[in-house]
Each structure stands twice: as C-alpha cells, then as structure tokens.
Design a protein around this ligand. Sequence first.
Ligand SMILES: Nc1ncnc2c1ncn2[C@@H]1O[C@H](COP(=O)(O)OP(=O)(O)OP(=O)(O)O)[C@@H](O)[C@H]1O
Length: 746
Amino acid sequence: MTADSTMAAEIATEQEYFDRAAGERERRRRAIADIPGATANKGAAQRAARYVEARLASMAGPLDQVAIGWIDTDLGERLYVGHELIRDEASRLLVTSWKSRTAAAYYKARPADPLGVRRKRVFRCTGNRVEGFVDAVFDDVPETSVDADGAWLPQLDDALLTELQASRAGELRSIIATIQAAQYEVIEAPLDQLTVIQGGPGTGKTAIALHRVSWLLYNHAELDAEDVLVVGPNSTFVRYIEDLLPDLGDDVTHLAIGDFRPDIRPRPQVRGRESENVAALKGDVRMAGLLAWALMQGVERPSAVKTWEARVNGRTYSFDGAGLVAAVDDALQAGTYQQARLRLCGWFRTAGSRNGAWADEQDPMTLTGQIMPEMTAAALVQRVLSRADELQGVSAGNFTAEDLRQMWREPRPSAQERWTLADMFLLDEAEELINGSPQRYRHIVVDEVQDLSPMQLRALARRSHGSMTVVGDIAQSTGLWSRDDWDDLLCHLPDRLPVGWHELRYGYRVPRQIHELAASLAPDVAPGVEPPQPVREADEEPFWCELDEQAFAEQLAKRVVHHLDDDLGVGVICPTSRRQAVEAALTDARIDWGDADRAELDADTTVVSPENAKGLEFDVTVVVDPTGILKNDDGNRGDRLLYVALTRATQRLDVIAFAPQPAGVTPENSPRRVEGGEQAEIAETPPTAVSVEPVTAADALQRQVVGLMVDDLMGRLSLIAPHLWQPVLDEVAARLGKTKSDTSSS
Ligand SMILES: Nc1ncnc2c1ncn2[C@@H]1O[C@H](COP(=O)(O)OP(=O)(O)OP(=O)(O)O)[C@@H](O)[C@H]1O
C-alpha cells in the first residue's frame, strides 16, 4: 500500500465515524425539538420551549464538523474532541466536548509531560467532510517542535495555518480546533481568582478570555450565563466579539464601557460632552474621596454640650447633645448612608419615646432628615459639580481650586441634567455610598482593561465578587489613563481572591515582517513588556510610500482596490485630521466602505480611528499618515496608537505617509524615485507623488519621527533669539547624554 492509499483509507474510516456522529447529533436535535410537546401543562411547556430554543441554538449545525481531532491514550482508548458532546443511542460516547475536563489532555499534552497521550490527530475538514489530518506521536517528537521546557512551540500544523491565513469577516471566530497548550492553561485557570492576561497584539488574549467563559460555564454548575458579564472598550469592539460566545453555545451579557449606566432612577442619559481635562479629573480615583467627603458635608454635627432641639409638626423635640452626637457617630458606622439614616431614625424612635409619645410616627424620620438629609446619587454628584466654590479649600487638599473650577457646571433639575460619560461612574460611586453595592456578577471579563479610568475600574469592581478575567496589554495602553504598569490598574480591582498572572508570548495575528516594523517602535512603547514572538511569515513585505496631498487620494483608492481584487478585507486606519480626505477618496473611487467607529464591520473596506481599531483585525491594514497618528491630535501616547494601528493586519500592511515638503520642492518638480516590482507599478499613476519608493519602513518611520521632533523644536526655538539656539541644543545633548549614561550604569 502506498502512503497515499493508506491516507485515503484512513480518511474513509474517519469519514464513516464522522457521518455516524453527525447522524447521532441529528437524532439528538430531533429529540430536543420534541420536548415541549411532551410536557404536561402550559407553564412547563413554555419553560421547556425556552430551554429547547437555547439548546438548539447552542448546537452545531447539521453540516458542521463533528470533531476537531482525537487522542489515543496509554490505556488504549481513543477520545474524539469536538464542538459538543455526542453520544449514540446506547449512550456510548462518540465525541466529547472541547470544554470537558477529559478533553484537557488533547490541548495540554506536551512532549515533556504527555499526560497519558500516545498520539494526537488533528483533522482538516470542510464542513463535516474529512480532507486530511496531521498526527503527532508523543514518543517521537522532533526537537524543533518543543521549547527548552519541553512544551510545544506553537504547532504550525495545517489546521492552525489555515485558520490564521483565513480571511477575516468582521468578527472574532472560534479557535477550539487550534487552541495552543499555553492558551489552554489560561482558559482552565481557576474560577475563584483574579485572572490577569497580558499579551502583545494578536497573542489571542480576547479569543482566550471568551473561550474561558464558555469553559467556565461548562465546568462550574454554580455559574449561569446570566452571572457573567463581558466588558469591552467600545461598541465597535463589542460588535466584533459578541457573536463568539453564542457560537460556542453560551449567551452572556456584553457591555461597552461607553454604554455603562448606573442602576438608579430616573435612568441617567448621557447628553453632555466635556474636555479631556475634565474627563481626566472625573475619572481620577480622588473623586471617590471627594464624593464621600461631600456626602459627609451634608451631615449636621450637633453640639455635644448643648441640648439639641428641633420643631416638627408644631411640636418641639429636644435631645441631649452628647447622646445625639454619639448616636450620629454610631449611625455613620452602619455602612451606607441610607443604612446610617435608618439607624439614626431607630435611635430617635427609642430616645423620643422616653421623652413622651411621638406626635406622628413619621417624626423620627423627619428629625433624621434634619441631621442627615435625604440624598440621591444625582443630587450628590450635582453638589460636587455645581458647588465647587464651597468645596474649594476644604476638600482635604485633594483637588486644587483650579481642578474644582474646571469641573464646575451650572446646576439643572435632575431630569434635564447634561450628564457626561464620566459622570456615569461618579453617579455609580455615589449610589454605592448612599444605597450600597449593585447586583454582583459571579464572573466579569474586562477586555482592553489597560485604558479604563480608576473610577471605571471601581464601577466594575463593585459588580464583582472578586472572580474576574482582565485582559490587556500595557504596550497598547493609550488615552487619558495610559499606564506603564499593571499595578496601577490592579490596585482598583477587588483583592478578595488571589491573582493568577498569565503572559501570552506568541503572536498569531501579525506576520513577522509586519511585526518587525511595529516592534521598531516597541522599545519605547513599553520598555517593561516583552513583545510577542510572531509565529508566521507574511507573503509580502509591508508597503510604505510617501506622497503629497494631491497624490494621496488616488494612491489610497488604488491600494485598497488592489487588495479587494485579491479578495482581502481592508481596514483603513487614519488620524482624525485625515479622516475626511480618506472618506472622500474611497467614496470618489466608488469603494463601498463601512465606518467602524459606528460599529459598522460588515463592509469589505472599513475606516476606523486608531483608538477604535484596538482589538480589531483586518486581512490588510492601510495605515494613513503615521506621523499624524504619532502626533495624536485626539489624545495622548501617539506612539502606542501607532503601534496599535500597525498591528491589526493578518496578511498585509500598507503605510501611506505624507512627505515633508522640503523648501523649494513642489509636487510638480519633485523627484520621483521608482524602483521595481509592485511599487513601480503603483508609482506610475500618481503624477504628483513626491516619492513612491520601497524605503525600509523603519527608516521611513525614523525620518518621520525626526521630522516631527524638528518641527516641535523649531517651534520652540523660534521663540528665542537665534544666537541662543546652538547653546540650547548643546545643553540638551549634554543632559541627554548624562541621562543615558546614568540609565546604563544603574
Ligand atoms: N490558537 C489559535 N488558533 C487560531 N487562531 C488564533 C489562536 N490564537 C489566536 N488566534 C487568532 O489570532 C487573532 C488575534 O487574536 P485576539 O484578537 O484574541 O488577540 P489579542 O491578543 O486580543 O489582540 P489585541 O491585543 O490586538 O486585541 C485572532 O484572529 C484569533 O482568532
């Protein structure tokens, strides 16, 4: 028998097994669909119908692949692993679910620790048709397949390569067929801990966190889908990930942090906008202290040495000052403000009854209100925002008068209040102070956590019992809360449970060549963070060109069409300053495009800001105006935003930069250096291009950065007399030299 015919015979045997399992899956589907008809009464039938609907929705389709692979164990057993458990009529196991603990060895077995596995097979299928397979025999592992610790290197078998090369369609997909051992260890990490997943772009953090939810739901009977919350940075991202868990058979709540609303009545609406400065102040953890302090400012402190008198309903009640002060102090230990009011009211009731009967049974509460006025979250936040002058100087020195002035705004009736997004988290904090914690989730996943404000983190923390999975990358931390350290962030999360720290090392999304370009920025982007190791090569080197304004539109459209013609989806990432020009260029060229900033991810071409590109991926990314992104007209850490933009592509990266205009060179007389291949072909069209050349991207980027710094310095130097320019530059060089030698010697 030849190798080919052996393979063909094995495939045929496997196909029989697959067909049989698919048949059993259909039998099961029919049995589930019949359940409502078999129930006794209407209520039971409705409940059954709901169960049936959910159960059927979670099942793989009739034509879907039944198994991703199998393992043979030392005990001579073979275990098929698939999307879901399949048994035959006699209840014999045909396929186990990828989520079951018995499937763990399929993912975790490694040459140094085979976990009783002798052989592992991974199938290549189209639907439920077996087309091939790859086997790994555990006692015969090539050295090149394992790292120094005896763990598998990412196994670039057919299945993984096919999956990584596949075109992306605007949503994150299931990776159950190719989960890698190190990733599986994160998926099955204990429920009762704060699981932290750090990893560079494309290391699979998001995919892993979501597969983890599915795994936890399957393996922890005490955890229901409604106990789980998945939080993402914006609605574009949530739209990108929200179908994955239903595909895996689970439907949990997804929330974009921008859609967060505290659970208070009337439900607050976001109607206002504010400057970044103010948003930054409101997101600061000091606001928690300010709110607590402002709440206490509303509490009247009676004198301990005088009798306290109050007139209610025409009757004067009097109380011993010292007793009342002690009662207030005791009440304030009660927990929330509302509980404190109730405790004080209880004290009045008892103390009052000693002084004689109450005129009205509401009187103790009315007296309580004179010491601790009724308060709502909205009123407390308004007090802090609209009475800045009162708070000034007394807010425990936490905020300057200028901070408070900046936050000040005209008070309005609560229903017309122009709440901003940052206010939502103040309201949430205030609500906790007054009425206590909101309903808690049993498990919360927070993705792109590195960008959340302390107040946002606190809002999530108060919805958690401590069991969380937080996912992020310090090197991609941008915006108002960009961080260099995880501790900066973890300190705002619950510390009731131990922390489980995981770092993902291999980059699955971004091919090496694209990665190297992005990594040329990485040392400065996050010195403390190990950049990921890319696991595959790109078919093409990144393309870089420098154009002038006029040539840009035509070139952009040409590049996009070029990729679309190859059946690849394109993401165009540009700074706000270029947004109009990009949109016009695509529209003029009749290219259908979607706006990902509005969560439109279904078109073949997508335009998106660097901020909202975070977490997304495209077959091809066209990054427009890297210098503009570096300069970052919208926020801060432009270098990291550029890093994010450059690491979105699974296959190709184009960078279209705008050439600095040297004095005397106009587009008409500019030199055009054109070299062979793809670039030459592209360069033919734009007659006004300054240059379209295969410069190395890193050099070009360096030139852009230098240009940017020169612009900055020139702006500053022009403010002083020319004879001072050189001394200033010399001094800067001397000081930088010193800093460098300090750093290297320490
Ligand atoms: N084991 C795997 N098998 C197949 N594909 C994988 C695997 N791990 C990750 N991927 C793919 O790599 C891509 C990147 O994954 P994901 O978006 O989860 O990365 P990330 O670390 O969250 O990236 P970012 O930091 O950019 O948000 C996705 O297309 C994902 O499906």
